[in-house]
Ligand binder design. Structure first.
Ligand SMILES: Cc1cc2nc3c(=O)[nH]c(=O)nc-3n(C[C@H](O)[C@H](O)[C@H](O)COP(=O)(O)O)c2cc1C
Length: 214
């Protein structure tokens, strides 16, 4: 690397966030921001870094994709035997962050995760490409495997198993989680590190909005 890390320095001046522009409902605020992200061609704007708490008390973070926005929750899909699922079973508190680099925007959320209904998972599973459906059957996510060959032969096994099925059912070990959100934070990069930050916290059914120092 011929550039030192301290030489990476971005000026944030694309946009601003004003209290008067904020929607009273953070879900509406998120949706309108997401719309801008889509228009600005942000790569995978639905990707979020999701943190869970392991049984040993360590935060564990990985990327998952936001697939549905509900009235009070965000939904992602995963394997119910994965490490993140074990973490959630032990402690449902989670947080997530979206980085929309091209917009110089960050959105943070936190809340409690719970499984969605089997019906909801089945419905989403049916929309996935066939190969992704087979992948969900083939991968025992987060378990140790000896080689890539193990995974590929499991995939072949599943291709044979479901070759006559037009619609592949969702495995029981696969499904969605809804994060019932209690806080949002919208961050907009500004000049001289004087960024705009607004936090929404839910109190007695209404959302309180506060500006935070950057
Ligand atoms: C861009 C991107 C999107 C991803 N989307 C998902 C997803 O929606 N669901 C999922 O289970 N894993 C997704 N992953 C893989 C996870 O980051 C992670 O490796 C996997 O879920 C296992 O995590 P765990 O062992 O902590 O449970 C994605 C990874 C990337 C880089």
């Amino acid at each position: 690397m011929n550039k030192e890390l301290h030489q990476f320095r971005e000026q944030y001046e694309r946009s601003s966030l004003n209290r008067s522009d904020l929607h009273v409902d953070p879900f509406e605020q998120f949706k309108s921001y997401l719309q801008i992200a889509v228009e600005e061609k942000v790569h995978e704007p639905n990707a979020m870094a999701l943190s869970t708490i392991s049984e040993e008390g360590y935060p564990q973070t990985r990327i998952v994709l936001l697939k549905e926005i509900e009235k009070d929750a965000f939904v992602f899909y995963t394997n119910y035997t994965s490490d993140k699922a074990k973490d959630i079973a032990h402690d449902p508190k989670v947080s997530a962050v979206f980085l929309w680099k091209e917009m110089q925007t960050q959105v943070r959320i936190s809340g409690l995760a719970e499984k969605v209904s089997r019906e909801q998972s089945n419905k989403y599973f049916a929309t996935r490409p066939r190969k992704s459906q087979l992948g969900a059957w083939a991968s025992d996510q987060s378990s140790n495997i000896d080689s890539r060959g193990v995974l590929e032969s499991k995939m072949e096994e599943m291709e044979t198993r479901f070759k006559d099925e037009e619609n592949i059912p969702a495995p029981d070990h696969w499904g969605g989680y809804r994060i019932i959100i209690s806080t949002f934070e919208f961050w907009q990069g500004r000049r001289s590190r004087l960024h705009d930050r607004f936090r929404y916290t839910q109190k007695d059914g209404t959302w309180i909005i506060e500006r935070l120092a950057p």
